[in-house]
Design a binder for this molecule. Structure first.
Ligand code: SAM
Length: 275
């Protein structure tokens, strides 16, 4: 979850963070998210989605965006089908999403992607911008994919992405990023642990209040990378039987330089997983 206008430096004299002053991820970031990273991420996703849509001849009447964040993708999807469900674990991100123009017809649900059920099955399910990297255990990835498969109609499409080790190790690394936006400033410190494959992103955000003063808040975001083979296997085990993995940059084959993997999976209507 790192994009947009940043200034990067090396990390020296790291100060330690006390867990007691940390907020849940997105609790405070939500109000600055779109300007810092969300809008840029959405525009990249929209281009990729349109490529997949035309390549697969995707048609859908009912869709769901899981880990919807501030609702940009959900609002986009709602402009092209009759019903959209949007799920996220963060009440603050959902609050921003609900207030968005174009969100009026969307049904928002505050749930974890590892444990949710939709009121009806959908033709298309998306989960974008490294949201699944927030799941730190293999069992959580399996649980999420199982929920995704259960939420889909037979033949329905599931599109999700994951950041790779390459992205965390080389592109994020152990460094400092500064984001400046109209309503605040963020100082983000990342740390990559190759033994756990977890990237820890410690954010100190200064949010501009109405009185012009800045309020400081701190959040810790943890993301883990997974082997593509593991994810492909987990998809098939959950009944997402036709699954392909592409480099998200251009929908080409994956190689050592791939920073984000775009998965395109389809639920087939046969076998023991046909529900
Ligand atoms: C990097 S943001 C991506 C948001 C949005 N998909 C986008 O493209 O801008 C990650 C999102 O995942 C959500 N998230 C993290 N863990 C989650 C979980 N277990 N269940 C549902 N949402 C989760 C966060 O609240 C956040 O909104």
């Amino acid at each position: 979850m790192r994009t947009g206008r940043t200034r990067r430096g090396s990390l020296r004299n790291r100060r330690s963070f006390s867990p007691s002053c940390m907020n849940r991820p997105y609790r405070e970031l939500a109000v600055m998210y779109d300007e810092m990273v969300g809008q840029t991420a959405f525009e990249c996703w929209r281009d990729l989605f349109e490529q997949i849509r035309s390549r697969e001849g995707l048609r859908f009447e009912v869709a769901a965006d899981i880990a919807c964040g501030t609702g940009l993708a959900a609002a986009y999807l709602s402009g092209m089908c009759s019903k959209v469900y949007a799920v996220d674990i963060s009440p603050e991100m959902l609050k921003v999403a609900r207030a968005r123009a174009g969100a009026e017809g969307i049904v928002f649900l505050e749930r974890s992607m590892t444990d949710f059920q939709l009121p009806e099955r959908v033709d298309l399910l998306t989960c974008n911008f490294d949201s699944m990297n927030y799941l730190l255990e293999e069992d959580e990835i399996r649980a999420a994919l199982d929920c995704f498969a259960r939420a889909l109609k037979d033949g329905g499409y599931c599109l999700f992405d994951l950041n790779t080790t390459r992205e965390f190790e080389v592109e994020w690394g152990t460094s400092v990023f500064v984001h400046r936006v109209s309503n605040g400033i963020g100082l983000w410190e990342t740390e990559w642990d190759p033994s756990t494959r977890i990237n820890t992103l410690r954010m100190t955000n200064f949010i501009k209040a109405r009185n012009g003063l800045y309020r400081m808040s701190e959040e810790t975001h943890r993301e883990r990378s997974y082997d593509v083979e593991f994810v492909l296997r987990a998809c098939r085990d959950c009944g997402l039987s036709r699954v392909e993995a592409y480099d998200a940059k251009g929908l080409t084959g994956i190689d050592r330089e791939t920073r984000r993997v775009q998965f395109v999976a389809r639920k087939q209507g046969f076998g023991r997983h046909s529900r």
